[in-house]
Structures are given as structure tokens and as C-alpha cells.
Design a protein around this ligand. Structure first.
Ligand code: 2RA
Length: 351
């Protein structure tokens, strides 16, 4: 019998992409049950070509669930994931609630699929979308060269801040369309977009904002610390040197990152490109003379991690420079979660 799947948070931006992906992938599931907060109950969403009703998340609604995908705020996941586990489910959680717990694996199926089987609490966590925009490519390079240090600058899309982020960027762009000179004077963009900055600390349209997340000690943001801690955990390198600067850019979806990656010994661009060209889940797109490098406008809606601008550092033969792009709603959230769930589902297959 095929396992029963629950999608908790089905009506959110990521939940809806999960339903698309479940409809596109080989169908390994029996019942797919859609759950959300009470105010979304009764909505109808399409999955596997059929309309399905959304039910309110409750203990009763989790009865008989084998695998539960959670895409809900951290505190909701912290409260309800243990309830789903108590009902017998394996939870695949896309929030930050459990990612750094020692007894919860943090899994990227292309990098550390074996970790999914060691889950003492029956919870498997999926990383933050910014880590996921680069980690598949870095995992492939690490397997060959041995990673020792990362310096990352992110270029994060508005949809990382949810539907409110997308709505804010669109509203600001439309206000600025009527003010063609706003971007040419100090404060002009701020005056044109008004006081409602949505989830961002500064205007996002016609701007870049060097802040994502919550303040942490030493001037770091929570997003920057997530990149550090999650990269270390996924790669099994607790002492990896990681420095990140996270920046929000006026892109609807697809996070990008400029990465300086240092390895244990000398690297060559030729070998790095061979690895990237054959790594599962990676597309190497790197011919700048022909205009070929990844950009969010081309990558959005696709599954792989796209890599371009591969160079060896001019002053360090052990380091590579890369530019990576990944759709933060697909591999960055929904796809990785579904892939982990499919690994768990394979354990249910008849032997
Ligand atoms: C962001 N990475 O882009 C965050 C969302 N988890 O805001």
C-alpha cells in the first residue's frame, strides 16, 4: 500500500509549489491530504490533476499520515511536528525550528542522502533557501577537492520573504513607474514608495538592501549565520570557515550567490567544470563571451542549481570563484522537501 502524505501549509507560496511538484513527479503516494490554518480550511487546490479540499490542521487530521511535509512558521512547526510524529508520521520540515538540533538530520538528497535514514525523532529538516541555492554545487566540488573555506555574498529574491515580499516589490515597482526621476536623487525612491516597506528594512525596487533576517551578535544577520551553520552540518564539516553577507535584490524569485570556495589543494577550472557538468542537480552554464551565465530571469521556474563564472582565484590556486542561481521556491524549498519525502517513501516500497 502506498504511503499517505500530508502537506501542512498547502495554501502558502511554497505549499502550492509542493503540489505542482507532486503532480509532476512519479506518483509514489496514496492519499495526499492538504492541511493549513483554520482560515484556509475549505479552499480547493489542484494536486495530481484533481481538486482537493484543504482541511484545518488538527490532531484528527494527522491520523493515518505516514509522511508529513511542513511549510509553516517556525513556532507552528515546533508545536505541530511532534504531534504528527506522535501520530506515527515522519515529518519533513522546511522551517528553521529543528535544523540545528543534533538529533535531526539536515538533508540535501544530492549531497547527504544517507542522513535521511538516521532520524531518531522522526523529523528530517530541509535547509534555508539561500543555503540550497549553492550547496548542491559546492557538495559536488567538496567531494573531489575537500572544502576548507567559503566566502558568500547572496543576492536574494523578494519571494524569500513570502507572498508579502512579492506583493511589496510589485507595488513599489508600479509606484516608481510613475516617478521616472525617483532613482536619481537622494531619498527619491523612499519618497516615491512611501512608508510601507512590507517585510524589508528599506525600499527594494530600484535598490539593493544589505540585510536579510534578524539581528544577531557581532553585527551578523540570522540569515548569514544560517548559511554558516547549515553548510557545516550538511557537508559534515563542523569547522568549515564560512563568511556570508546577505543582500536582498529586486528579483521576484530565484536566489543568487557569488561564492569564493577554498579547497585543501590546488584546483583547476577544467576539472571543476567537469565535476559541475556531470553533478546531479547542477547545470553548468558558463561561456561569458557568448553571454552564457545564469541569471534569475532565466533560472526562475527550473529545478537545478545553475553555475557560471567559474574562475580560479588569481592570487590563490586553491580557490574557485563561482556565481550560482537557484529558484528559492523550487529546489530552495518545495523540491528539496518533496525529494526527502520521496526518499522516506522508498522505505515503504514492497521488497
Ligand atoms: C529569505 N532565506 O530569503 C529567507 C527565507 N527563508 O528571506
Amino acid at each position: 500500500q502506498k504511503p499517505t502524505l500530508a502537506v501542512v501549509g498547502a495554501t502558502g507560496a511554497v505549499g502550492r509549489v509542493m503540489l505542482q511538484i507532486l503532480s509532476q513527479h512519479a506518483d509514489v503516494w496514496g492519499e495526499i491530504r492538504l492541511l493549513a490554518s483554520p482560515h484556509s480550511a475549505g479552499a480547493k487546490l489542484a494536486v495530481r490533476g484533481e481538486e482537493s479540499e484543504v482541511h484545518a490542521l488538527s490532531e484528527e487530521a494527522l491520523e493515518g499520515v505516514d509522511v508529513a511535509l511542513f511549510d509553516v512558521p517556525d513556532q507552528v512547526a515546533a508545536q505541530w511536528a511532534p504531534v504528527a510524529v506522535a501520530k506515527g508520521a515522519v515529518v519533513v520540515d522546511n522551517s528553521a525550528a529543528f535544523r540545528q538540533e543534533a538529533d535531526v538530520p539536515l538533508v540535501v538528497p544530492e549531497v547527504n542522502p544517507h542522513c535521511v535514514r538516521v532520524r531518531p525523532r522522526s523529523i528530517v529538516a530541509t535547509p534555508n533557501c539561500t543555503t540550497l541555492s549553492m550547496i548542491v554545487a559546492l557538495g559536488a566540488l567538496h567531494a573531489e577537492f575537500g572544502l576548507t573555506e567559503l566566502v558568500v555574498s547572496s543576492y536574494q529574491a523578494a519571494s524569500g520573504a513570502g507572498q508579502r515580499g512579492i506583493d511589496t516589490l510589485r507595488a513599489q515597482l508600479s509606484l516608481l513607474a510613475a516617478e521616472p526621476d525617483a532613482g536619481t536623487t537622494p531619498g527619491g525612491v523612499r519618497r516615491a514608495v512611501g512608508d510601507d516597506l512590507g517585510p524589508f528594512p528599506a525600499p527594494l525596487a530600484l535598490n539593493v538592501v544589505p540585510w536579510v533576517g534578524e539581528p544577531q551578535d557581532g553585527g551578523w544577520s540570522s540569515e548569514e549565520l544560517k548559511i554558516r551553520e547549515e553548510s557545516r552540518k550538511i557537508l559534515g564539516l563542523p569547522d568549515l570557515r564560512v563568511t556570508a553577507t546577505c543582500v536582498r535584490v529586486p528579483v521576484i524569485s530565484t536566489h543568487s550567490a557569488s561564492v569564493h570556495a577554498r579547497f585543501q589543494s590546488e584546483v583547476t577550472v577544467e576539472r571543476a567544470e567537469e565535476i559541475l557538468a556531470t553533478a546531479p542537480g547542477v547545470v553548468l552554464f558558463d561561456d561569458p563571451a557568448a553571454g552564457d551565465f545564469p541569471t534569475p530571469a532565466d533560472v526562475v521556474g527550473t529545478d537545478p542549481t545553475w553555475v557560471g563564472r567559474v574562475r580560479r582565484s588569481m592570487d590563490d590556486p586553491q580557490a574557485l570563484e563561482l556565481f550560482v542561481c537557484g529558484d528559492n521556491l523550487r529546489k530552495g524549498s518545495a523540491l528539496n522537501t518533496v525529494q526527502i519525502a520521496e526518499l522516506v517513501a522508498s522505505e515503504f516500497a514492497p521488497s
